[in-house]
Design a protein around this ligand. Structure first.
Ligand code: GMT
Length: 377
């Protein structure tokens, strides 16, 4: 098979979409394809130097005349240059707005017939798609892409209903790097964090935005800790943090909650955890659930977006309604207090990562699309 030259456009910052874009690119490079990242800075995930991975920076000067520097246009310009100079075979862009739109503009600028695959990650549709000022732009980005994928069936359906694109969308699930995420010995870290032997550990990892509904978890935790000695690990940072700290203090659980900030040692933190809780009101997939499963951590998550495609109720965790702290407490306690349930769910969580979400399976699905794209541009 021909080795492909692939342009990758993603947000190089912390977040599931950046992780997926980067891990996919690394796997494609390992298969012999040439990857050209076209981004504002290096993707945050440590990319080891690799002979098949190249980085093309998008630069934009802050001319005084612009209130908002036109990043999307600078990106389009850079994409066009790289397509021409490197003779790329295709573009894989993550997010319809702005990345697909920039790729379409680039294609037009250089009069190229290059194929564009756009992967929708959620917020571009579930938030921007509801904004009348941007809905048509999201539709344009999707319609002008050669192929569009979504990270869950739920996101695919929501996009079809809300945006009414002219073409179908294909679901390709997210995956994680199994070499990084697996159970590890975390006894030293556990001591370091001051978690006692008798204590159970509940973990939440996110960007602490309001969509994650973390106050529901804090209220649930106040009940949990009154029944089982436990600690709540809150991993990450974000705009809701001051509000969450206040609630933790007001509910009198300050001594039981550990705010770790952003961390690189997620496999260690997950390996010392008993249950993950994801109480989001919107979640296209919930990549963090897979990271937890891969380290043997069952999850309690909401019946929102793609979460029910990842958590199988009663198998690798429990599904609960959005905005129901009592349900979070009840289901989390069931896992914490019943050793058989916990062990069974742990085993099932580890298995699902090796099955439906195995990286080889998902990477092969993208590679197949890349080859079909070549003839469609
Ligand atoms: O909103 C976030 O949580 C960040 C965002 C991102 O850009 O990474 O997450 C979205 O994409 C992830 C990767 O596909 C999904 O796992 C998340 O569910 C999705 N977030 C939302 O839909 C809120």
């Amino acid at each position: 098979m021909k080795r492909l030259k692939i342009g990758v456009i993603c947000y190089p910052s912390l977040g599931g979409s950046g992780v997926v874009a980067t891990e996919l690119a690394i796997k494609m490079a390992a298969k012999g394809h040439q990857i050209h990242f076209i981004t504002s800075s290096l993707p945050f995930r440590y990319i080891e130097p690799h002979e098949n991975i190249f980085f093309h920076e998008v630069r934009i000067d802050g001319y005084a005349v612009f209130k908002y520097p036109p990043y999307d246009i600078a990106l389009a310009n850079r994409i066009g240059q790289v397509v021409d100079e490197e003779q790329l075979d295709l573009l894989h862009v993550h997010y319809a707005v702005p990345h697909a739109v920039s790729a379409v503009l680039a294609k037009d600028m250089i009069q190229s017939d290059i194929g564009i695959i756009t992967t929708l990650h959620g917020t571009d549709v579930t938030i921007l798609g509801h904004d009348p000022a941007l809905r048509n732009t999201v539709k344009y980005g999707i319609d002008k892409s050669t192929i569009t994928t979504a990270v869950s069936d739920s996101l695919r359906k929501e996009t079809m209903e809300l945006i009414e694109p002219s073409k179908d969308i294909k679901t390709i699930y997210n995956f994680i790097d199994e070499e990084k995420y697996h159970p590890v010995d975390s006894s030293v870290l556990r001591d370091h964090l001051g978690i006692e032997k008798k204590e159970k550990v509940i973990i939440h990892i996110s960007n602490f935005r309001s969509v994650k509904r973390i106050p529901d978890l804090i209220r649930a935790f106040a009940k949990i800790v009154s029944e089982v000695p436990s600690k709540l690990l809150l991993v990450g940072e974000g705009p809701e943090m001051p509000r969450i700290r206040r609630l933790v203090d007001n509910l009198g659980v300050t001594n039981h909650v550990l705010f770790t900030g952003k961390r690189d040692d997620l496999p260690e933190l997950l390996s010392l955890s008993d249950v993950m809780v994801l109480p989001s009101e919107k979640e296209a997939f919930g990549l963090v659930l897979l990271e937890g499963f891969a380290c043997g951590v069952p999850a309690v998550g909401t019946l929102a977006g793609g979460i029910p495609e990842v958590i199988e109720d009663g198998v690798n965790g429990y599904l609960i309604p959005v905005g129901d702290p009592d349900a979070i407490a009840h289901k989390t306690l069931r896992i914490l207090m019943d050793r058989d349930v916990h062990e069974k769910m742990k085993a099932n969580a580890l298995n699902v990562v090796k099955g439906k979400f195995a990286s080889d399976t998902i990477v092969a699905q993208y590679e197949e699309l890349y080859y079909t794209l070549q003839n469609k541009g």
